[in-house]
Design a protein around this ligand. Structure first.
Ligand code: COA
Length: 373
């Protein structure tokens, strides 16, 4: 049986950064303008006034300090409150493909591979900029990769589900060498005018090269096993879709056409789900907490990660054992656990085991048990 391994990882980090203070200043200016414009309706009790946001709340509720975005000016303009991205012609590379090229180039360089040696590209992300042609096929073409490519979306778990799909295909022989790439422009689906969530997301792109371990040219991580699970929930939802214009009011600027969540419910329901998922995966594979050197968790919320880390390890993990990157990137959906992996795995020694785990909308949870080779 072929043993798949992660042989390269790459991260594209957008250069523009928004700190909590900058974000809060823009939101509060927007709230003031909104309240002034709707003063009569607010007075009459017909509209709710917008309360101000605060950097202290954001840091203590989430652990997030800043986020990278593809466009800062639009997000911070109180009259706009969303990214402003250039319209591209159909003949130039799309923005997701452009981010992907950077991350894939880094992953390929680390693996010591040429794009022409890739025969599977999975674009695994929470949002794709168009329904078709698949963004993955555009990436495949721009890279000069062969084989086949497809998009997949399991929200925050897209990347881990993509790892499972590619590892299974490599084992089965339908693909030889894969790129799992996750361009996440979360700033595009975030409602920056809603103080309950305006601080949550950031943009990034990650890429992984997956190929048979015996062909690895350098240090790598054998994929010992993967485990994916889903359980339907409406607590994280976005109603935007291709039937939008067919429905009354479907084209209006509606709250439900962007990311919505019941944050508290997500917290309460996802934590036990993920803890039990990881425990079962480790038990099935005969891996004890003592044998686990590193936990690369989904990067949504520091308190959530602290809780899961304690459950999995049976003690408070050292910061280096369970690295967080959410303070610098915010929640980058499916890319979060892969950034943590890419930035905090070099020091592991041959034989060391670690676990990548993502979780989020769906609900979905995906875990990948790896061993340094
Ligand atoms: N600034 C100041 N106060 C704020 C605020 C802001 N930006 N946003 C909300 N508040 C207020 C709320 O109105 C609420 O006030 P109340 O108690 O008077 O009603 C209070 O702060 C607590 O809000 P709540 O939404 O309950 O906060 P929380 O502790 O649940 O933290 C999240 C919010 C979103 C950080 C947290 O719920 C979370 O991370 N959930 C899971 C997210 C997740 O993993 N999602 C997956 C997405 S892919």
């Amino acid at each position: 049986m072929v043993q798949p391994a992660i042989t390269g990882s790459g991260v594209f980090t957008p250069p523009e950064v928004i700190t909590n203070d900058e974000l809060v200043a823009a939101y509060n200016a927007h709230a003031e303008t909104f309240n002034a414009a709707h003063a009569g309706a607010i007075e009459a009790g017909e509209t709710e006034a917008k309360a101000p946001s605060s950097s202290e709340f954001i840091l203590s509720a989430s652990g997030i300090e800043r986020r990278h975005v593809m466009n800062k000016a639009g997000v911070l303009d109180p009259e706009v409150m969303h990214p402003l991205l250039r319209q591209r012609s159909d003949d130039e590379p799309g923005i997701m493909a452009e981010m992907a090229l950077d991350a894939c180039g880094k992953a390929l360089a680390q693996a010591g591979r040429e794009a022409g040696e890739i025969d599977l590209v999975i674009c695994a992300a929470s949002n794709h900029e168009r329904p078709y042609p698949a963004v993955a096929i555009e990436i495949q073409q721009l890279l000069g990769a062969g084989g086949f490519a497809f998009d997949m979306n399991v929200a925050c778990s897209s990347a881990t589900f993509g790892i499972q799909a590619s590892a299974d295909m490599i084992r089965a022989g339908s693909a030889r060498r894969a790129l799992v790439v996750s361009p996440e422009i979360c700033s595009g689906h975030l409602e920056w005018r809603d103080r309950d969530c305006h601080f949550i997301f950031g943009d990034v792109c990650t890429a992984l090269v997956i190929e048979p371990a015996e062909e690895a040219k350098g240090a790598h991580f054998r994929i010992l096993s993967t485990r994916c699970a889903t359980q339907y929930s409406n607590n994280i939802r976005n109603n935007n879709g291709f039937l939008r214009r067919t429905r009354p009011g479907g084209m209006e600027d509606r709250r439900d056409m962007l990311f919505m969540q019941e944050g508290r419910k997500v917290f309460k329901e996802v934590l036990p789900l993920v803890s039990a998922h990881i425990a079962a995966h480790m038990q099935e594979e005969g891996v004890s907490a003592e044998a686990l050197r590193r936990l690369w968790l989904h990067q949504a919320n520091k308190t959530m990660n602290d809780f899961i880390g304690r459950k999995v390890m049976g003690r408070v993990p050292e910061p280096a054992e369970q690295p967080n990157i959410l303070q610098d990137y915010a929640n980058t959906s499916s890319a979060g656990s892969i950034i943590a992996f890419a930035q905090h795995s070099d020091d592991l020694r041959p034989g060391d085991k670690g676990l990548i785990c993502s979780f989020g909308a769906g609900y979905s949870v995906g875990s990948v048990l790896v061993e340094r080779g």
